[in-house]
Design a protein around this ligand. Structure first.
Ligand SMILES: [Zn+2]
Length: 251
């Protein structure tokens, strides 16, 4: 069962679609209610419609990505893609930290400077020291939803695909998040949820991914290389664009 209704307070109207059922909720922010109406064959906002979950094409889309795609990508290598993703994450991070409602010129400048710095090796990705410090201060809470219910350790990069069974790669997750995530890649799960995870979780995933690629000499590889199908992350599911900062959270 799906319900379509308007949620946005933006001038650009958006609509939210939520699935009620055994798979839990996911959310899509569509460009306009009209498109949602179109997708659901003339249903109006607020209507309930019967739609099989696996028949809906947007489930695997990164949330909001269509709306926030920035400069057209010319990034072809793993290194270019990951550094661009990291620079965009840093831009979002600074804007959320300053409690901005929208991105401003200096946020874009931070992104450009960081991307250039990383690409030319004049800057480095920081270690997980800060992330670990934050993890310890958060304590025993689900790092995805902040619940304290039935916590277990979750591997950020899938262990069976080469993710390490070490502290860097482990965070607490509640039973509900764990079972919703199942065996999905973390970024694929995020797209499935239709909502961005806390930025600190994405940062950890990205740092682990970059470290893995450096260790395994994958950084210069083309994004289309089939060897990337054997790694413990989904490089094409890593977001390179973010929604407005007031739609994001750090923790
Ligand atoms: Zn949770």
């Amino acid at each position: 069962m799906m319900r379509v209704w308007r949620v946005s307070r933006d001038r650009k109207q958006a609509a939210e679609v939520r699935f009620f059922g055994s798979f839990g909720g996911f959310r899509l922010t569509s460009q306009t209610p009209r498109q949602v109406k179109f997708r659901f064959a003339g249903q109006r906002l607020g209507d309930r419609v019967n739609t099989p979950i696996f028949g809906v094409s947007f489930i695997q889309r990164t949330p909001d990505s269509s709306k926030y795609q920035m400069a057209k990508t010319t990034r072809e290598t793993v290194k270019e893609h990951l550094f661009w993703a990291y620079a965009n994450l840093a831009m979002a991070h600074t804007a959320v930290e300053k409690e901005q409602a929208t991105y401003k010129m200096f946020n874009y400048m931070i992104r450009a400077k960081l991307y250039k710095g990383l690409s030319t090796c004049s800057m480095n990705i920081r270690t997980l020291f800060d992330d670990e410090k934050i993890k310890l201060s958060i304590g025993t809470k689900c790092n995805y939803c902040n619940s304290t219910d039935k916590l277990a350790l979750d591997h950020i990069l899938a262990q069976k695909l080469g993710g390490k069974d070490e502290g860097d790669n482990l965070i607490f997750a509640c039973k509900s998040c764990n079972s919703s995530k199942g065996k999905k890649d973390l970024m694929d799960w995020m797209a499935f949820r239709g909502e961005f995870l806390p930025l600190m979780v994405i940062r950890r995933y990205l740092k682990l991914t970059i470290a893995f690629c450096i260790d395994n000499e994958l950084m210069e590889m083309k994004l289309s290389d089939t060897a990337l199908q054997e790694v413990p992350f989904k490089i094409n599911s890593i977001p390179t664009a973010y929604p407005k900062p007031d739609k994001l959270r750090l923790l």
